[in-house]
Design a protein around this ligand. Structure first.
Ligand SMILES: NC(=O)c1ccc[n+]([C@@H]2O[C@H](COP(=O)([O-])OP(=O)(O)OC[C@H]3O[C@@H](n4cnc5c(N)ncnc54)[C@H](OP(=O)(O)O)[C@@H]3O)[C@@H](O)[C@H]2O)c1
Length: 322
């Protein structure tokens, strides 16, 4: 089958290790099922993998991709939950299990014609969503959902600041926060992306590092070093900064005085549970909000999608049809 794999690591030029071509069909362990993928979406995680973050050389070649939607062997239209839990972990929060992995970390990912996954990782795809829209939900959108509603505990009427408005997680957070009745503020480096963020539902947008008119209940942080100082200062006394990524670096000043003096909380977040993915899918289905798609291209053009994400000019999800 055709697949997009990481075949080597390059921290400076991650596309050097990207290989497109024929690979062996998936092996299907007991309790797992085969899914014919119809669409897959790209995440920053795929670039990290090509840089050697989260993968060891002996795991190469590895099929990339966390996000996918397709049809299972019984003909059901499904969305794939990318968190592979330890089979003995029970029904608790699988994201907290230290033995859990994401697709493309230990098991082959979604940038392929077919994938094998545990049966419990399949969520029914509502008919209202296209495969391309559904494929956007399991990583960035699920991460944004958990950050806003589980980890920050935001409620209608609260104000949230979303950093790096053009990102996959950030665009999801803008749309979901607006649909949930929050006051939504977003930052971006680009005027054009700030305008697009307002079209998506942000009530106000600001340049990265611009002084905000007032403090917010929570900050959604995925940019890292470039925005951290603003994020810590933007939270109100007792407010929270929820962080799930650090695209620009993970070693900013911790700004401890800002944390303790105004009693702010810094909360980590990663992906989401199967139950959260089901609630997200239900929310998208019932509210009519849809993933923000930067572009859809065939999987055979995956290299150009990776290049666009590496360049950082995209707005929303880069999707591949399969
Ligand atoms: N923990 C998890 O479960 C999880 C899940 C999903 C993603 N993540 C992580 O979260 C991060 C974002 O992921 P994503 O898929 O949303 O990535 P993405 O689509 O590439 O978005 C990254 C955004 O960061 C902003 N940015 C980049 N460089 C910047 C700079 N120098 N200064 C200010 N802003 C900058 C950009 O926003 P503007 O261009 O609008 O300024 C960009 O759109 C990644 O590091 C990813 O690994 C983690």
């Amino acid at each position: 089958m055709f697949a997009v794999t990481a075949t080597s690591f390059d921290a400076e030029n991650p596309l050097n290790g990207l290989t497109l071509g024929e690979v062996a069909e998936p092996v299907i362990p007991e309790g797992w099922v085969l899914v014919d993928l119809r669409a897959a979406a790209l995440n920053h995680h795929d670039l990290w993998s090509l840089k050697g973050v989260g993968l060891r050389p002996e795991q190469l070649p590895m099929i990339l991709g966390c996000d996918g939607a397709g049809v299972d062997s019984e003909g059901n239209e499904v969305i794939v939950h990318a968190v592979i839990a330890d089979p003995d972990a029970g029904d608790g929060d699988e994201t907290l299990d230290p033995r859990r992995s994401l697709l493309s970390e230990r098991f082959p990912g979604t940038l392929a014609q077919r994938i094998a996954v545990p049966r419990r990782n399949l969520i029914p795809k509502p008919a209202s969503l296209t495969f391309e829209e559904a494929a956007c939900l399991p990583t960035s959108w699920l991460t944004a959902y958990r950050m806003l509603f589980t980890r920050a505990g935001l409620r209608p009427g609260d104000t949230v600041l979303i950093q790096g408005a053009g990102g996959g997680v950030a665009t999801a957070a803008i749309v979901l926060a607006r649909a949930a009745g929050l006051r939504v503020w977003a930052t971006s480096r680009s005027d054009e992306k700030r305008a697009k963020a307002q079209e998506l539902g942000a009530h106000a947008t600001f340049a990265t590092d611009e002084r905000l008119p007032e403090r917010v209940d929570a900050v959604i942080e995925t940019v890292g070093k470039a925005t951290w100082a603003q994020s810590i200062r933007a939270a109100r006394p007792g407010g929270v900064v929820v962080v799930s990524g650090a695209t620009t670096g993970d070693d900013p000043s911790a700004d401890l005085t800002q944390v303790f003096f105004l009693q702010r909380s810094v909360i980590g977040s990663t992906m989401g549970t199967r139950g959260e993915l089901q609630r997200l899918v239900s929310m998208v289905d019932s509210t009519g909000v849809r993933p923000v798609i930067d572009s859809v291209r065939p999987l055979s053009d995956a290299r150009s999608g990776f290049a666009d994400m590496f360049g950082g000019d995209h707005f929303g999800k880069i999707v591949f049809s399969i």
